[in-house]
Design a binder for this molecule. Structure first.
Ligand SMILES: Cc1cc2nc3c(=O)[nH]c(=O)nc-3n(C[C@H](O)[C@H](O)[C@H](O)COP(=O)(O)O)c2cc1C
Ligand SMILES: CC(C)CC(=O)C(=O)O
Length: 356
């Protein structure tokens, strides 16, 4: 396999069409879904010359978690729909690659098992945990405790989903339930008489339009781990994130799956990076398919990027080996693009190297 597009084609052949649509699809007309990729394609790179190095160092440290490259595994739900080994395969591949995996709260494997699988490969794997804050705060706190006990190193609170986006492919396919035997494992067996064991429904996770900054303060009071927020696109929200003491932000439109017709993440990154002014790490996801996309995001102010669907395609196409291949392909592609841009390290990339 040579490209993410080839992995996607291989995944599509293997997947149930309704499941492929769930992974691939976006909200409504999928305008944002497409734009995440085309926005990168419209940007042009201006390389610097005569200042590179035979040896590049791609490593970064994000909020105390080292990563061998600035390319992370974005949180995506339901990996066992993609491959029987599910999140265990993804976690082993991410640990092998030495990169951070942000585990979805909607994983089909329990966080304890994911952490154990990662530890088989690396003694101190970089696992972060994505949270949808549940209106029942006691229940949310129980999930937080569970993830902490499993050894995660940060929490990533997704804030772009006050309600779930309307994915018309899922409506058309009537895909609203996980197949028998698959469950949202992190929401099972918490406390007594909770969730009644029936966590197979896709919407079992409660989206809450009533969340506000007080809930972020609440979470910060409940954990010593860094709390990031994922899914902001407005510069003023980035300023508020700094003001409210969050540890980091992820510029994200949820891969075009929430509000359709929001801009591509790369197009709002410069204003958000300016608003943050280096006060905290800025991550970006959405549409990263090539090393040049990574270069553009870092040059315009991101400290690292996340990849969602590419990991799912690798997983569906080849399980753990497929995810490893995907991550190594992205690493090699980024390393080459960095060299061609005259950089030795991710931090060498600067905004003047990107032209609209
Ligand atoms: C199938 C799928 C499931 C996702 N599940 C979650 C999730 O459970 N939690 C979350 O915060 N984001 C979720 N996302 C959004 C991703 O974290 C990320 O923002 C997005 O996939 C990035 O775009 P990309 O797929 O173009 O790389 C999901 C995305 C996809 C495609
Ligand atoms: C369980 C879902 C809400 C996961 C998700 O975030 C998504 O499908 O985009």
């Amino acid at each position: 396999m040579r490209t993410i597009a080839e992995f996607e084609a291989a995944a599509r052949e293997r997947l149930d069409p309704a499941h492929y649509d769930y992974f691939a699809g976006g909200a409504q007309d999928e305008i944002t879904l497409r734009e995440n990729e085309t926005a990168f394609q419209k940007l042009r790179l201006i390389p610097r010359v005569l200042r590179g190095s035979d040896k590049r160092d791609l490593s970064v440290t994000l909020l105390g978690t080292p990563s061998s490259m600035p390319i992370l595994v974005a949180p995506t739900a339901f990996h066992r729909l993609a491959h029987p080994d599910g999140e265990l395969a993804t976690a082993r591949a991410a640990a092998r690659a030495g990169t951070i995996m942000i585990v979805s709260m909607a994983a089909t494997t329990a966080i304890e098992d994911i952490a154990a699988a990662a530890r088989e490969v690396a003694p101190d794997p970089g696992l972060w945990f994505q949270l949808y804050l549940q209106p029942d705060l006691e229940f949310t706190e129980a999930i937080v405790r569970r993830a902490e006990a499993a050894g995660v190193k940060a929490f990533v609170v997704t804030v772009d989903s006050p309600v779930l986006g309307r994915r018309e492919r899922d409506d058309r396919n009537a895909f609203h339930d996980l197949p028998p035997g698959l469950f949202v494992e992190n929401l099972r067996n918490i406390g007594e008489n909770r969730s009644g064991g029936n966590t197979s429904h896709v919407r079992e996770i409660v989206m809450s339009a009533g969340l506000n900054w007080d809930h972020i303060a609440w979470l910060r009071s409940k954990t010593k781990l860094p709390v990031l927020i994922k899914g902001l696109l407005h510069a003023e929200d980035a300023r508020l994130a700094v003001h409210h003491g969050v540890a980091g932000i992820v510029v994200s439109n949820h891969g075009g799956r929430q509000l359709d017709t929001v801009p591509a993440t790369i197009d709002v990154l410069p204003e958000i990076a300016a608003a943050v002014g280096g006060a905290l790490p800025v991550l970006l996801d959405g549409g990263i398919r090539r090393g040049t996309d990574v270069v553009k995001a870092l040059a315009l102010g991101a400290d690292a990027v996340g990849v969602g669907r590419p990991v799912v395609w690798g997983l569906a196409a080849g399980g753990r080996e497929g995810v490893s291949e995907t991550l190594e392909m992205l690493r090699a592609d980024f390393d080459q693009a960095l060299a061609l841009c005259g950089g030795r390290h991710p931090a060498d990339l600067t905004p003047d190297q990107v032209r609209r």
